[in-house]
Design a protein around this ligand. Structure first.
Ligand SMILES: Cc1ncc(COP(=O)(O)O)c(C=O)c1O
Length: 402
């Protein structure tokens, strides 16, 4: 074993060392410093017997890229190490990863407890797919008295509890250890979407969570150029998920995107430090601005989840949300930005601002938006890697025109 292999694989290796080397070392011919892209659909064998041995798992190897690929496997192994799980399987998108977990765990009649503040795409999946399959989703407010509310909602049919912290886009915070404890007590599978925090800021498996899901499209890739998703969990769970939900449904990650994610992960710790610092500066600025009604950033002492975030995160993340007077002010503010771009997604090198109401419900009045649970006054900012002063200056400029 080579010296660098020891360093990255040993339990004492730091996050950065694992992010740079983990999962990639000593497994590719000629020891390349960058993992090769195995841009191949299928793999060939020296004999029929050899193929059979690979299929049975008696010989190391790959058969077909929909089921596994060396570049993809290196990415999965790095994610396993970074999240502190036992195993990982990747998918073609965050939604493919999330839907795979729900479809694997649920059968008709089962119930899910879910935080009410989660990514809109996950809510649509619940409404459009899970309900059709006869599963019921019961929402739980992130700031409810969870110790009381969760036990009161558990029935014989409840199978899993799902949550996001920090959540998209409200940045609500939920106590991870509390959820893990309640899930164990009531024999529920606990599933967290860890996209906003990344394993650099928060490692839910260490707090007892069963299953971690990511949209790798965001901070893991970090450059806005690839779509993908991952699930990190126990060996037992992943060994069922891979054949059932990857092989059968077929939403596999491409080797090229896996390579982009491997590259993204090498700088995750450095980028997240910068994102956190810039988001802190942006939040402080917005909190002091007369035209801003509310700032939602877990790093602010005024945030309802601040103390829990401080306990379970090593930084408060790169996302900041704010509320202005009304939808019209939000549109004007977004349109006045010059450096910050308008767009969905997050975690990229460039700052992105989103007014969810006007992008997804352009024809609805503020009142109609509220009726369907969309806050017309909310803007979400994914702070990028530009100089914090330049981002703040852009926000100041646009706010001044309101
Ligand atoms: C928190 C969260 N989870 C999951 C997803 C879905 O990921 P993807 O777009 O990669 O399918 C998103 C997308 O924005 C998200 O923000």
């Amino acid at each position: 074993m080579k010296k660098n292999q020891k360093t990255a694989k040993s339990k004492v290796a730091g996050f950065g060392t694992t992010a740079v080397h983990g999962g990639e070392e000593g497994r590719f011919a000629f020891d390349p410093v960058s993992t090769p892209i195995y841009q191949t659909s299928t793999f060939t064998f020296g004999s029929a017997e050899e193929a059979g041995e690979v299929e049975k798992g008696e010989r190391e190897g790959f058969i077909y890229t929909r089921i596994g690929n060396p570049t993809v496997r290196a990415f999965e192994d790095k994610m396993t190490l970074l999240e502190g799980g036992e195993s990982c399987v990747s998918f073609s998108s965050g939604m493919a990863a999330l839907s795979a977990v729900f479809l694997e765990l649920l059968k008709p009649g089962d119930e899910v407890l879910s935080s009410s503040q989660i990514y809109g795409g996950s809510k649509l999946f619940f409404a459009n797919i899970l309900q059709k399959l006869g599963c019921r989703v019961r929402p739980v407010g992130p700031y409810d008295d969870l110790k009381k509310v969760i036990p009161s909602l558990v029935t014989k049919q409840t199978r899993l509890i799902f949550f996001e912290t920090p959540s998209n886009p409200e940045l609500s915070i939920i106590d991870i250890s509390l959820i893990a404890g309640l899930a164990k007590k009531h024999r529920l599978v606990s599933v967290i979407d860890n996209t906003f925090a990344t394993p650099y800021l928060q490692r839910p498996i260490e707090s007892g969570i069963d299953c971690v899901v990511h949209s790798a499209t965001k901070y893991i890739g970090g450059h806005g150029d690839a779509i993908g998703g991952v699930v990190v969990s126990s060996k037992e769970f992943i060994s069922g998920l891979r054949p059932n939900m990857l092989q059968n449904l077929g939403a596999c990650l491409s080797p090229f995107n896996a390579w982009l994610f491997l590259r993204g992960l090498k700088t995750l710790h450095v980028r997240m430090e910068r994102h956190c610092k810039t988001a802190g500066a942006v939040a402080e600025f917005l909190a002091g601005h007369a035209k801003v009604k509310t700032v939602l950033f877990p790093g602010l002492r005024t945030h309802p989840g601040h103390l829990i975030a401080k306990k379970q995160m090593s930084g408060f993340g790169g996302m900041v949300s704010l509320r202005l007077e009304n939808g019209r002010a939000c549109r004007k503010f977004i349109n006045g930005l010059r450096l910050c771009k308008t767009g969905v997604s997050l975690g990229d090198a460039g700052t992105l601002a989103l007014h969810y109401a006007s992008m997804f419900h352009p024809k609805l009045s503020d009142a109609s938006c509220r009726k369907i649970g969309v806050d017309p006054n909310l803007i979400r900012i994914s702070t990028g890697l530009e100089d914090a002063e330049d981002i703040v200056e852009d926000l100041r400029y646009s706010l001044s025109a309101l």
